[in-house]
Design a protein around this ligand. Structure first.
Ligand code: PAF
Length: 281
């Protein structure tokens, strides 16, 4: 498995892949890989000739009091996991390679970055769209793969790609869950045993809300208070937000119709977990 740290080295590989007519699939990650990330590589391999995964813990998407320093990292394990599912190459630049001294340029998508996670993590999506734009410019992929767990991130990146006329197809892959339903996340490793056991309430209550919609419930407020009550039954949970929005534009809904996103963020101790379901009615 080739691991490349320099942008110029990666560009040389990409030039030669493109010159031989290969399509490029791209899986951007911050590493500490789990089955969710690996499912993105598998999807990319099915649809592209050459799959590049990036592993870069991007400082610009973390707030001053967030977990940038302590974000879990394990390059050796990540390399063998990426290889086991057939990634062709890992791009793992340093912070100074991506943001050299004097760096000044940011990409900012308006409005849809100010709701849901954007409300509690100001500046987060500006960091995400900036690094993803840089990675897209470096990798020049045909298709890029993102997980539904970060549904707002997928909506924001899709909007950026459309608005900036980037010639890249964004593919959203389903959430991969632990056997008890907890959405896989590199941050799950922060949870204590008690918090981990309680965290299953998130997917459980989301699935129940989905079932209620399928059985005819159309009132978002009733669904949100149902979710709130269920989640508040566990000791460690502190709700950041629970919202029901239109999947396309993240606008709040007065009534359930079309393709909707039920999204939530809940803190268990110091760990903030997110989860969601997308329902179409
Ligand atoms: O979803 C992530 O892991 C990150 O936000 C991404 C897309 C790799 C950008 O740093």
């Amino acid at each position: 498995m080739r691991v490349i740290e320099r942008i110029s080295d990666l560009k040389a590989v990409i030039r030669s892949q493109k010159a031989s007519g290969k399509t490029i699939g791209f899986v951007p990650t911050m590493g500490y890989l789990h089955e969710g990330h690996l499912s993105l590589v598998k999807a990319s391999r099915e649809e592209n000739d050459f799959t590049i995964m990036s592993i870069f813990v991007n400082p610009t998407q973390f707030g001053p009091n967030e977990d940038f320093e302590k974000y879990p990292r394990n390059m050796e394990k990540d390399t063998s996991l990426a290889e086991s599912v057939g990634a062709d190459l890992i791009f793992s630049p340093s912070v100074s390679e991506m943001y050299p001294e004097g760096y000044k340029t940011y990409v900012d998508v308006e409005k849809i970055t100010e709701v849901l996670c954007g409300k509690s993590r100001p500046g987060h999506f500006k960091g995400v769209t900036t690094v993803v734009t840089k990675l897209f410019n470096i990798v020049e992929p045909d298709k890029a793969y993102f997980g539904q767990k970060d549904a707002q991130q997928v909506v924001v990146i899709s909007k950026m790609v459309k608005d900036l006329n980037m010639n890249i197809e964004i593919v959203m892959c389903p959430i991969v869950r632990e056997s008890d339903g907890l959405a896989m996340s590199s941050r799950n490793t922060y949870l204590s045993m008690g918090e981990r056991q309680e965290a299953v309430i998130l997917s459980k209550s989301l699935f129940e809300a989905e079932e209620k919609i399928k059985n005819g419930e159309r009132d978002p407020e009733l669904l949100i208070s149902f979710l709130r009550q269920k989640i508040e039954t566990v000791n460690f949970a502190k709700i950041d937000y629970i919202e029901i929005t239109d999947m396309a534009n993240l606008n709040k809904l007065e009534e359930i119709h079309g393709k909707i996103l039920i999204a939530l963020a809940v803190k268990f101790g110091k760990t903030r977990l997110i989860d969601n379901v997308i329902v179409e009615v």
